[in-house]
Design a protein. Sequence first.
Length: 324
Amino acid sequence: MLRRSVSTVVTFTAILAACGGQTAALQTRASAPPPDADALAQLWMDPGKTPRDLFWGVGGEGHAPSAAAPFEVEDRDDSGFSVSYDLRGPDDRRWSAKIGPEAQTEVVVSRLLWGLGYHQPPVYYLPSFSIAGDQSGRRVSEARFRPKLESLEAGDAWPWADNPFLAATEFRGLLVVLLMVNGTDLKDDNNTVYDVKDGWDDTPRRWFVVRDLGAALGETGKLYPRRNWLEGYERSGFITGVSGDHVEFDYRGRHREVLRIIRPADVRWAAARMHRLTDAQLQDAFRAANYDPAIAARYITAIKARIKDGLAIGAGLDGRGAAL
């Protein structure tokens, strides 16, 4: 019995030491010189002063799927939280379609990130779609549609804790924005490197993309947290404390260790960028995902409260004037 207890303590101590070593290595990499402008452009590019169209998004109306077209099923994947399909349309365009509660949230969060300057592939929302050859006329439930474009070739995943951008404010700001919307599924395999070919002007040939964004706008957690849940989002927090150059967040999802590189200045940068999004852009992001206007208005109010908290972090206060 004693040997088992000692073994447990030793094992636990070893785990703590390993975690401490990983965190120290992460913070060392985050303290290195930031990437140059060309390297950073693979993750983020300043969107400029003209507000981007967050209704149609990066792909515009031209890449959008037809709600009336029947789609042929090439494959179906039930292994993840959401069921996904590989589809082919009548024009031979191929699509990835994700159904369920993540369909709306993925479109909204993708629109917001692209509006801030982060690379995103085109994504669209359909309230329902039909399967080719289904004589019953049955329509499949709501779905996020992403076209499979030859000009955007999806490659390997890239890790949160070991990438070329750890020392960049823009990377840490990306994490802050995901925390603002309760993006809870920070898994490495949700990130994708794209090889970019013809048809995308004024952009680098590689994009580092956070692609699987559906686990958001609800509660955070590791084991199937409820996503797309307004009341849960409104009840959750954002910043819970600031100690020197360290910020604590009300976050219970994956990869909490990487959040330790976020500084107050990174929070202010992200909040200032989010603050630049116009009311029309925020409304369009939710409209693109077919949210009820009243629900969208409540989400936008909650997001704006978090933006205010982020802008106030330098004063040691939250957005309502209370001490952090």
